[in-house]
Ligand binder design. Sequence first.
Ligand SMILES: C[S@@+](CC[C@H](N)C(=O)[O-])C[C@H]1O[C@@H](n2cnc3c(N)ncnc32)[C@H](O)[C@@H]1O
Length: 284
Amino acid sequence: MAYKAPFNYIGNKYRIINEITSLFPKEINNFVDLFCGGGDVSINTRACHIYANDINYHVIDIIQAIQDRPITEILKYIDNTIAEWGLSKSLKENYLRFRNHYNSSHSKNPIDLYILMCFSFNFQFRFNSKHEYNNPFGQNRSHFSAKMRANLITYSQLISKIEFTSCDFRQFNYDMLHDGDLLYADPPYLLSCGSYNDGKRGFNGWGIGDDLKLMEILQGLNDKGVNFALSNVIEHKGRQHRYLIDWATKNKFIIHDLNINYNNCNYQNKNKTTNTREVLITNY
Ligand SMILES: C[S@@+](CC[C@H](N)C(=O)[O-])C[C@H]1O[C@@H](n2cnc3c(N)ncnc32)[C@H](O)[C@@H]1O
């Protein structure tokens, strides 16, 4: 059974976690989850040391806040805040008042952002160009459910020893990686969907230049004897990621097909019949 992070993070790998981790080496010393999002892969990976990074500092702030305090204290804070602001699945006004309060407070509490996310549409982190949280209300659907509470409790235990950072993948310290270590990279997919945040904040501006830089970094790790596993989509809606396919083929990296259809990752994507090839590329 796989563990689920207490978020509904866009692009999270929960639905294919067993396929991914079954392709990881059996023994891992240092494990790096370079684009960790909500951390679904990190919490399901066994390694001596786990390092998880994501440029989205909002989610990393929340995770570190969960790490910093006993879970009983966090749950008490969540329950009190929900009661104080009258948050529920149906009361939009109260959600908007709490969102205003969060956006206008100077020292923003990451757990408040977590609570907001729990009551928001599709449980997403969305911000406008003024750095204000602007996800709409999740009418009749989103709330801090018993399932999320249970996931949060388990999560707080699973992340206790994971080291989280928030930086661009170009700034990550790769010098720490050696033979016996594994770097897992799950970047935004060039060909398919995934809106992680407001593009203006720089979380979502993923282009071919980023993919090429990442390939260069992975190539360097390969030369050092470090194992890597890269998640990606190499075919989508009739388009192919030629750079990635050619790079993997030329270097004799292994392209593992993952047995799922990725089309329904975006509720707006009406074309559910188009073929999508989601893969894990490994150098081992
Ligand atoms: C496919 S999602 C990762 C999902 C994650 N594996 C999970 O299971 O939740 C891609 C992630 O890359 C992050 N990201 C985008 N650009 C980045 C960059 N330049 N450096 C580091 N992280 C970045 C996004 O914030 C997003 O969380």
